[in-house]
Write a protein that binds this ligand. Structure first.
Ligand code: S3P
Length: 176
């Protein structure tokens, strides 16, 4: 069983994923990093050269391959839930946890890492873009998630603790 984190840019998927993986002694993977590795270039270059469509095609291939893997903690890109086949693959690949936060908080975190690494946040008012993406994607996140965790007010360790508590409550077996 994999643990898969979904949510918008800046929700904390990578930071929380890394920490959760460490806590559980599981390997951590990041679908954005796998896309970059397989493309041999960073995400902004993929968007520039192949368009968003090219990136989505690569992302879908990485997500489909998760079905063959087990025991991982997986951080996904914010748009991983856009394609119906991705939503189905994510749900059947493990327990899907939606990390949620207000757009203002997302922007603060994304800006701390540099919005330049996120092509969908450049060339306009990034807060406006995040609000729009949140509205557009709400139904897709809802459909894909098995559980949701708010991260606005919480540090990484606290979010990890919330996820572990929620899994225990629901009888999700994390070891063995
Ligand atoms: C995207 C989010 C990014 C990355 C790409 C597109 C999106 O990942 O996959 O820039 O569509 O929301 P993060 O959520 O890790 O920033």
């Amino acid at each position: 069983m994999n643990i898969i984190l979904i949510g918008l840019m800046g929700a904390g998927k990578s930071a929380v994923g890394r920490s959760l993986a460490e806590r559980l002694g599981r390997p951590f993977i990041d679908t954005d990093a796998l896309v970059e590795e397989q493309a041999g270039r960073p995400i902004p270059a993929i968007f520039a050269e192949e368009g968003e469509e090219g990136f989505r095609r690569r992302e879908a291939a990485v997500i489909a391959s998760l079905r063959e893997r087990d025991g991982l903690v997986v951080a996904t890109g914010g748009g991983a839930v856009l394609r119906p086949e991705n939503r189905a693959a994510l749900r059947s690949s493990g327990v899907v946890v939606w990390l949620e936060a207000a757009p203002e908080v997302l922007l603060e975190r994304a800006a701390a890492q540099g919005v330049k690494t996120r092509p969908l946040l450049t060339g306009g008012d990034p807060l406006e873009r995040l609000r729009r993406l949140a509205a557009e994607r709400d139904a897709a996140y809802r459909e894909t998630a098995h559980m949701r965790v708010r991260t606005d007010d919480a540090a990484v360790d606290e979010v990890v603790a919330r996820i572990l508590a929620m899994m225990e409550e629901r009888g999700v077996k994390l070891h063995g």
